[in-house]
Write a protein that binds this ligand. Structure first.
Ligand SMILES: [Zn+2]
Length: 117
């Protein structure tokens, strides 16, 4: 459906302006894949043909321009989080209370240990 596809000229234009964050290599249109959309913001997975880094990129499209923003999330993380319901105020308050009353070591409640300094 058109809803979830960028006009090919726009996609080409976006891709032409991109560089890999790791190796600065250019992308081709086929290295970018649209994985979601919220209004004017398109989320895309880009795959570097040179170093194989995958990155999540947001393209904010207005009528004549596109602004690009790399995300800190990986494409897989984003796909996982976007299916979750929004965080409610109650959850924020509950978490705040929990943190305030928590006296232990944070590494106990994290799934993965904190990386060494
Ligand atoms: Zn690269």
């Amino acid at each position: 459906m058109m809803e979830d596809s960028l006009p090919p000229t726009m996609l080409k234009e976006i891709v032409a302006r991109l560089r890999c964050v790791v190796c600065q290599h250019r992308f081709r249109a086929k290295d970018a894949q649209i994985i979601g959309r919220r209004g004017k913001v398109w989320a895309m997975r880009v795959h570097c043909p040179m170093c194989h880094t995958q990155a999540l990129l947001f393209a904010i499209l207005t009528e004549h321009t596109a602004q690009m923003l790399y995300s800190d999330l990986t494409p897989d993380e984003w796909e996982r989080f976007q299916d979750l319901p929004p965080i409610s105020t109650d959850e924020v308050i509950a978490f705040h209370r929990f943190i305030q009353s928590y006296t232990g070591d944070f590494s106990e409640i994290l799934d993965e240990p904190l990386p060494p300094e």
